[in-house]
Design a binder for this molecule. Sequence first.
Ligand SMILES: [Zn+2]
Length: 51
Amino acid sequence: MSVLSRVRRFISPGDEPAVVVECRQCGTTLEASRDRCPECGSDDVVATVID
Ligand SMILES: [Zn+2]
């Protein structure tokens, strides 16, 4: 499976772009609305928009 097809699987069928939020401390994937990691308590998170 190519990298591109793996990325495409994250794209939602609607108009809203897919957002992935990940903790930079422990790597946990968070809900898009969160800005603090529930696992380690860090607010050092990064949001990536996939459109
Ligand atoms: Zn964390």
